[in-house]
Design a protein around this ligand. Sequence first.
Ligand code: AMP
Length: 133
Amino acid sequence: METIFTKILNGEIPSVTLHKDEYCFVILDINPVSKGHLLIISNEPYPTVGSCPDEILAHMMQIAKKADGILREKLGCDATNLIINNGKESGQEVPHLHLHIIPRYKNDKKSIPMTKETYAGAEMLEYGKKLEF
Ligand code: AMP
């Protein structure tokens, strides 16, 4: 399925591209959480992590490590968030696998808007049993 990212890869939509290789490409997010927010995008439009071959995922993680280093070195950020919205219900707007890397700074007051839950009684152990692999 063609996505907005496929169109960017094919040059049909302009982008600021930072890197390209046989498995993925890297662009600046047009609407950054903070300036320098980038997206590592698989060349093939795999919709989610589960549908992407292991070697491509591994490669994208290596590219993420490089990009993280570049953001720290060139922008002087103190930390980064690496985020994959993995399916529509998680907030994924573009159904084409991409990893966000967001530069973060001490006291930048940007929060991840997710509330936390608590387990009741033995629930945590039950979840542990169910999810063991
Ligand atoms: P997600 O919600 O995880 O699917 O993220 C999609 C991201 O793509 C959002 O952060 C958008 O700002 C970004 N985006 C959408 N269109 C473009 C574009 N033409 N160029 C760069 N980034 C884009």
